[in-house]
Ligand binder design. Sequence first.
Ligand code: ADP
Length: 261
Amino acid sequence: MFTFGVDIGSTTSKCVVLKDGTQIVGSSLYVGGIGTGSPEKARREALEKAGITEDELSGTTATGYGRNRTENADYNVSELSCHALGAHLIFPNVRTIIDIGGQDAKVISLMENGRMKDFLMNDKCAAGTGRFLDVMANVLQVPVNEMSGVAAGATAPAPISSTCTVFAESEVISQLANGVKMPELLSGICESVATRVASLAKRINIVPEVCMSGGVAQNEAVRSALSRHIGFPILFSDKAQLFGAIGAARYAYEKALKGTV
Ligand code: ADP
């Protein structure tokens, strides 16, 4: 049985085809969220990679920021539930998920069966989200996927004192003008995101195992600083950005098993 999950985020569209609720047989990721052609491109590519057609799907779930504007979905489920389902499938013992996406950060507590128990979210401020990193990447002309690698060369992170993204942007520009080197600046930027998210995470009871989801999970500098701040190791999967879409496909599978499509 094949089921489909589409996660239309604020910045990126992700799709996954699951076989029998467990095996990822097709996936895709296109930068561009709601209001762009990316969800449809991602959909076609994931089906193509799975080598199946639309008609062979037993169910589709839409999740993410743009889920309410999605056609072709049988179900519409919150990203919190989908990240929980997706993370649980990849890491069966995970009890806390730290999700940092393009415009918000969430900390999700899970029950042993992978269902969501509690959550906290920062969706009011760009600091502590992928948006902060995207703004800084743009200012410093460093691709967002290279930030962590450059930051690894720092002797110590440059302190970023501004908590507001707009002020932090000016602060970074003036530090650069004052001769602070790129690795130190990038290390400071990653540290700043980790500090913000760690303070959110500490407001919830962090139970191990802990994993990250969302695109920022790929940033090793953020991951390791976050782990240091919360005092727990953080599990990493190269599929972390797909967890929402994986969970969405899993949801459709569980519904199909119950014969509710
Ligand atoms: P959304 O669902 O809101 O679109 P995602 O979970 O897809 O968000 O994450 C998008 C964010 O992930 C981007 O803002 C970007 O900062 C970050 N990101 C994407 N790819 C990478 C990468 N290879 N390395 C580091 N960060 C990345």
